[in-house]
Design a protein around this ligand. Structure first.
Ligand SMILES: *[C@@H]1O[C@H](CO)[C@@H](O)[C@H](O)[C@H]1NC(C)=O
Ligand SMILES: *[C@@H]1O[C@H](CO)[C@@H](O)[C@H](O)[C@H]1NC(C)=O
Ligand SMILES: *[C@@H]1O[C@H](CO)[C@@H](O)[C@H](O)[C@H]1NC(C)=O
Ligand SMILES: *[C@@H]1O[C@H](CO)[C@@H](O)[C@H](O)[C@H]1NC(C)=O
Ligand SMILES: *[C@@H]1O[C@H](CO)[C@@H](O)[C@H](O)[C@H]1NC(C)=O
Ligand SMILES: *[C@@H]1O[C@H](CO)[C@@H](O)[C@H](O)[C@H]1NC(C)=O
Ligand SMILES: *[C@@H]1O[C@H](CO)[C@@H](O)[C@H](O)[C@H]1NC(C)=O
Ligand SMILES: *[C@@H]1O[C@H](CO)[C@@H](O)[C@H](O)[C@H]1NC(C)=O
Ligand SMILES: *[C@@H]1O[C@H](CO)[C@@H](O)[C@H](O)[C@H]1NC(C)=O
Length: 684
């Protein structure tokens, strides 16, 4: 059954036809024409439709529907192509094919000849099997262009896909080197056919799906590795390929891809890092390949894994090199995407060869080690981890406790207001605590609003901007009221004989407590929103941006400055109080209140400062998860700390409350007790 294709000027070719018998031996006796009765839980099989060999396996689901779980239906055309290719090495025939013929055959689509004769063969198998067709239009399986044209008209079935993967393998075997640009193009077209978005489902029906999809990546990469022409530029729908030749002059290569995936356009790029670049052999092509659908094909089998970008492969003639890959995320998300490489040996995604270099809401840049074992890379969808859920939980519970604490604090202050604000200094002190509590309460409320309104798909929504503005404003107020408290104390301690009217003190307190924060937060929002590349809001929530515009500094710097200032004031006041004989000293009653306030500042300031110290640590890349936990806990419980150290630690408040709760008629006690003078006692 050998046919001599001799090329005269006329270019006569012949086709030999192996009879591809779709006779009874291909039909699985155990499987019938259909699945039979559907009893839930039952599995069954049937033979493929007419024109296909193989079987279809199905399971009966609870709804009494047959679910196809496996399918090996190979069409006649693909079956014959596979058989021809695998029958014997065809290199000699390949070499006889002039490129011009290959091209003309590829452009013409008179392949029906092959297919038609094939089906004829199945009907009267022996009569046609030695037919020699002499025609220029004829096409032989040994020509990759013909194979591509034939494959492209075939119906998509799981059996066909597995066979086409095998055909790619056979072509790889038959081209031991010097793959031309055209051959690469046809090879890609074959691969493109089975990478079609609408074929994804069929891949999961292949008995060894992972093996086949992994093999596809491998074959395409190996084939590209032998290409001798760097000007390849494949732009099929489901596979893109770009080539480049490394010369002495070139110092850098990068490949940018842009493809459509599920009707959204995605981009991806790959470059060889500078150090690795110098180790690449000179004058050899380097080829980069991008696949938008293969991730989904692989995901079908690896069910807990979902890719969030292209898969990008590199064909490099080097044992190992370092690549930089940037993937645009399919599903936009906050941090925690994972860079992975496909392990050809273990047939799974591994994070070992890769590390995250930079990540934003939209893209992730990975550094990956390319080797024989790892040639293809991508990013995994950031999973909702246990840690995230735990943090969210802590955060919500903590803020709930915070809000309750602040309300209790305000209630206590309100009830006891007449009793605890007799002197000017205690009045100012409680005024500050009440405003600290109100600021934090409003900030917490906006924090809730921000969490509810946050939409990862809408960048800088108005609602999110508003939430961010108010959270910024009121968190700052919290710090500025702490400052008011400290300034008040230093005013009483250092300027004993100075008298500012109480009303003026209140004006000054409000100007500092709310005026300064308002100015800072207003400037921040105006300065960032009016500039195009300086986002105000961060990508992963309604809070000040850090990565791009560093807007968060407008919170962190004032806050930490106040923390530092308060420390200095606390130290200075302690020094003065410890040397009561020297210089001006405040009266004893005031002294006690001052000591209380100083204690309050000395405890609350570091707690707030520490909270935001950890807050900064969490925005630094790759910071330990422990920081996130500490920050979330401290942040969430701030209100609780204010209740305990701001309100309850006040000696008067405590005394009134203990007495009140120990008396059965505590409400009447409250009204009667209003003439009590402030209780002064020694405070260590
Ligand atoms: C196929 O070949 C026939 C003659 O052999 C020709 O008439 C026809 O145009 C060809 N079809 C195509 C699509 O090239
Ligand atoms: C993908 O498959 C669909 C349906 O089979 C087909 O209409 C479409 O042309 C194919 N796309 C490519 C690029 O082959
Ligand atoms: C592809 O799947 C078929 C079965 O469907 C299997 O026989 C073959 O070995 C698989 N190919 C690879 C490379 O794993
Ligand atoms: C690649 O190899 C083919 C023959 O195998 C040759 O005709 C072609 O010129 C080569 N291309 C380049 C760019 O070297
Ligand atoms: C590659 O081909 C596409 C479409 O065929 C074209 O738009 C693009 O410019 C080509 N790129 C190069 C580098 O030739
Ligand atoms: C790829 O994109 C980057 C940034 O968008 C650009 O600097 C580079 O020149 C592009 N490379 C090519 C080969 O187009
Ligand atoms: C493609 O988009 C549709 C609707 O937009 C969605 O239902 C489907 O899950 C998407 N498929 C993939 C693989 O992302
Ligand atoms: C997926 O699940 C398998 C076992 O069910 C596990 O071994 C593997 O680590 C999981 N992969 C990921 C990325 O979670
Ligand atoms: C790759 O490694 C093999 C041995 O493991 C060595 O023979 C070969 O020269 C190396 N190739 C390159 C390009 O470094």
């Amino acid at each position: 059954m050998t046919c001599l294709g001799k090329s005269f000027n006329l270019m006569t070719f012949c086709i030999f036809i192996n009879s591809f018998l779709v006779s009874s031996q291909n039909i699985n006796e155990r499987c019938g024409k259909d699945f039979g009765d559907c009893v839930p839980g039952k599995t069954s099989c049937k033979n493929c439709d007419l024109g296909f060999t193989g079987t279809v396996k199905a399971e009966c689901d609870s709804g009494k529907q047959w679910n196809v779980v496996q399918e090996t239906c190979v069409s006649q055309g693909i079956g014959r192509l596979l058989q021809d290719l695998s029958s014997e090495p065809k290199k000699d025939v390949l070499d006889l094919m002039p490129e011009s013929f290959v091209n003309s055959a590829a452009s013409g689509s008179n392949l029906s000849l092959y297919a038609a004769s094939g089906s004829a063969a199945s009907e009267s198998s022996l009569s046609l099997s030695n037919t020699v067709l002499q025609t220029v239009d004829a096409c032989s399986a040994f020509s990759i262009s013909c194979a591509a044209s034939m494959v492209k008209v075939e119906q998509t079935t799981a059996g066909n896909i597995a066979s086409i993967v095998n055909i790619l393998n056979l072509f790889l075997r038959d081209f031991p080197g010097d793959v031309t640009k055209n051959k690469m193009k046809y090879y890609s077209e074959i691969a493109n056919h089975i990478l079609n978005e609408s074929a994804v489902h069929y891949w999961s029906l292949i008995p060894n799906s992972i093996g086949n999809s992994s093999a596809l990546l491998h074959y395409v990469n190996e084939f590209a590795n032998t290409v001798n022409d760097s000007s390849i530029n494949v732009t099929e729908d489901f596979i893109h390929m770009k080539g480049f030749t490394i010369t002495k002059q070139i110092k850098n290569i990068d490949f940018n891809f842009s493809m459509w995936s599920n009707s959204t356009e995605l981009t991806g790029s790959v470059s060889v890092l500078k150090d690795a670049f110098e180790t690449l052999p000179i004058n050899f092509p380097v080829v980069a390949i991008a696949y938008p659908t293969i991730g989904e094909i692989l995901s079908n089998q690896l069910q807990n894994i979902s890719l969030n970008g292209f898969v990008i492969s590199m064909a490099l003639k080097a044992n190992s090199s370092k690549l930089s890959l940037t993937f645009q995320k399919k599903t936009k998300s906050k941090a925690n995407a994972q860079c992975v490489g496909w392990d050809m040996e273990e047939k799974n995604w591994r994070s070992a060869p890769c590390s995250m270099y930079k990540e934003s809401y939209d893209t992730a840049t990975c550094r990956c080690d390319h080797s024989k074992r790892f040639t293809s890379f991508s990013i995994l969808m950031s999973p909702i981890t246990m840690e995230d859920e735990a943090l969210n939980y802590i955060s919500f519970v903590g803020i709930g406790i915070s809000i309750c604490s602040l309300m209790s604090s305000l209630a206590i202050e309100g009830l006891l207001w007449g009793h605890i604000t007799k002197t000017e200094i205690s009045y100012m002190r409680h005024l500050s605590i009440v405003n600290i509590a109100i600021s934090l309460l409003i900030a917490d409320a906006w924090f809730f609003v921000g969490t509810v309104l946050y939409r990862p798909d809408i960048v800088e929504s108005d609602a999110c901007i508003a939430a961010t503005f108010f959270i910024h404003l009121f968190y700052l107020s919290l710090f500025f009221w702490m400052l008011v408290l400290a300034l008040l104390i230093s005013y009483r301690v250092f300027m004993v004989y100075h008298n500012i009217r109480k009303s003026s003190l209140i004006y000054i307190a409000f100007a500092i407590g709310y005026g300064c924060p308002l100015i800072i937060s207003a400037i921040t929002v105006v300065a960032t929103i009016t500039q195009p590349n300086k986002p105000y809001v961060r990508e992963d929530g309604c809070w000040l941006n850090w990565t791009e515009s560093k807007a968060m500094l407008a919170f962190v710097i004032p806050a930490l400055l106040i923390v530092a200032l308060n420390f200095i004031i606390v130290l200075a006041v302690i020094v003065v109080l410890l040397r009561p004989m020297i210089g001006e000293t405040p009266r004893t009653t005031e002294r006690n209140i001052i000591v209380q306030v100083i204690r309050c500042i000395a405890i609350l300031t570091p707690i707030l400062g520490l909270t935001w110290g950890f807050g900064i640590a969490t925005v630094i890349e790759n910071s330990s998860l422990a920081f996130h936990y500490i920050f979330t806990i401290l942040n969430a419980f701030q209100g609780f700390f204010i209740l305990v150290f701001g309100t309850l630690m006040d000696k008067q408040v405590r005394e009134i409350l203990t007495e009140a709760f120990s008396s059965p008629k505590w409400i009447s006690f409250l009204t009667k007790n209003s003439s009590n003078t402030p209780v002064c006692s020694h405070i260590s």
